[in-house]
Ligand binder design. Structure first.
Ligand code: DUC
Ligand code: ZN
Ligand code: ZN
Length: 466
């Protein structure tokens, strides 16, 4: 079996920081030992990777991506091949993407279709959640089977009437089923019925620019839906994971529920931490680049999101990576913001933006790894195979240069999209060497990976409560 040793780095996990060498055999981490210790010195290896002056961190775990997602009359621009490659460039070695149940179809048909898209083309490992669009007796039964085969989380929408929307009764039924079979309900918490009224009124009044997307998707309607989701989960006796939290008042709802001891969890995304309604208001339709749902909020919300991440009221930062090109895709909504496909690119940028947050003093290094690697892995049944560096874990490792300075740009990124939401932003930190299950896929700006190396990861049920 091939042996690789990574020498001289600062190993950072959610739990600790130690100057240690890491021994990899085949696809697994087999040992850690203090750098310079006789144990570490005695290791022989086929490959030695020098990590002096670098961090050695677990590969990022992004539990919210939409590769190739058909949405808003078009399809997200990254395939599983391009999207997982871009993820690896940015130090993310596992994604969990959303398979979709279409209305009138079974969960099985949706899951099979997503397996077919991803099979044999991914650069790094991947798993699936399932979007429940049609809660019926038979799809509730199917949930049990999916949990059994490693699809252990189900996204539901309180938004998008006529597309993915579920009413409160359907949500309650799915939560009850999840409480029984271990499936975790992930909620898109926005009151879509009310939002659709405001959209109609805004368009009728001639308010058609991208910034009105942010105005009609009112903060109150995110907070209200979050509150309702919490109460429905409480009635069902189920845990709840709220995706892409963007509003300060929604964080407050989660914090209040957690103070009551409820098993309620929240995720936010880099776009809500680094961007704002100022971007949505950019002239010449440029604001369309920042249209996603939940929407970007006024800048003041950012402080509450950072606070939530520090206090533990928010547990995860994922990307909601759902890229649409400006040219030909975002442009579908010129003259009508409601036709702009919702979604932002970001799978390549998450680890670096969050490292910048460490540099800026928002997060500690360990909290960076916690919210980007360890907790998402635990929450979605991948831990300790993913999300940490320990004997027995997959050797998904990043040698991270904390001093490298880079400028984020569409001209240099690897996502299959014609703009960057962070164009021109300078960040400190960069993934130098990336290993996926022991194989070096990226080294010093050279791509060494291959489509098909990435493997499907069946997941256990949520480990966060235990
Ligand atoms: N929000 C987005 O912005 N894109 C994909 C789906 C979603 O809920
Ligand atoms: Zn969503
Ligand atoms: Zn999403």
């Amino acid at each position: 079996m091939t042996r690789t040793v990574i020498r001289g780095g600062l190993v950072v996990t959610a739990a600790e920081e130690t100057e240690a060498d890491v021994l990899v055999e085949g696809e697994k981490v087999v040992a850690l030992a203090a750098t310079g210790s006789s144990a570490a010195e005695a290791w022989t290896a086929d490959t030695v990777i020098d990590a002096t002056g670098h961090y050695v961190i677990p590969g990022g775990v992004d539990v919210h991506t939409h590769m190739q997602m058909p949405f808003g009359g078009t399809t997200a621009a990254d395939t599983f091949e391009t999207g997982t490659r871009a993820a690896a460039w940015g130090g993310t070695t596992t994604i969990v993407d959303f398979a979709i149940q279409s209305v009138g179809s079974s969960l099985r048909e949706g899951l099979d279709a997503w397996h077919a898209k991803a099979e044999g083309v991914c650069a790094v490992d991947y798993g699936f959640h399932m979007i429940l669009s049609d809660v019926t007796e038979s799809s509730l039964k199917e949930m049990d089977a999916l949990v059994g085969e490693g699809v252990t989380s189900f996204k539901m929408f309180m938004a998008y009437p006529g597309v993915f929307y579920s009413d409160d009764g359907r949500i309650l039924r799915a939560m009850q089923r999840g409480a029984a079979n271990g499936g975790l309900i992930m909620m898109h918490a926005e009151n879509g019925i009310a939002i659709d009224v405001l959209v109609e009124q805004a368009l009728a009044a001639g308010r058609t620019d991208p910034r009105y997307h942010g105005e009609v998707r009112r903060e109150l309607l995110e907070a209200e839906a979050t509150h309702r989701a919490v109460k429905l989960a409480q009635v069902a006796g189920a845990p709840l994971y709220v995706v892409h939290v963007s509003a300060a008042s929604a964080v407050a709802e989660l914090a209040a529920a957690r103070r009551q001891g409820l098993p309620v969890f929240g995720e936010t995304c880099p776009q809500y931490l680094f961007l704002s309604t100022d971007n949505l208001a950019e002239p010449d339709f440029e604001g369309a680049k920042y249209v996603c749902s939940t929407p970007l909020r006024p800048r003041e919300h950012q402080a509450e999101l950072w606070k939530g991440l520090r206090t533990g009221d928010l547990q995860v930062v994922s990307t909601d990576h759902c890229p649409f090109c400006f040219s030909g895709q975002k442009e579908m909504g010129r003259g009508d913001f409601s036709r702009i496909p919702n979604g932002l690119p970001g799978v390549e940028n998450r680890m670096d933006l969050l490292h910048q947050a460490v540099v800026d003093g928002h997060l500690t290094r360990r909290r960076w790894i916690d919210i980007a690697c360890a907790t998402p892995a635990r929450m979605f049944g991948l831990y300790p195979r993913k999300g940490t560096i320990a004997p027995g874990a997959d050797a998904d490792l990043v040698v991270y240069d904390p001093a490298a300075v880079q400028t984020l740009s569409a001209a240099t990124h690897h996502m299959n999209v014609d703009y960057s939401a962070y164009e021109g932003r300078q960040v400190t930190g960069r993934s130098r060497t990336v290993l996926s299950r022991g194989t070096v896929v990226l080294d010093d700006g050279r791509w060494l990976g291959r489509a098909g190396h990435g493997r499907y990861q069946p997941r256990a049920t949520c480990q966060y409560l235990g």
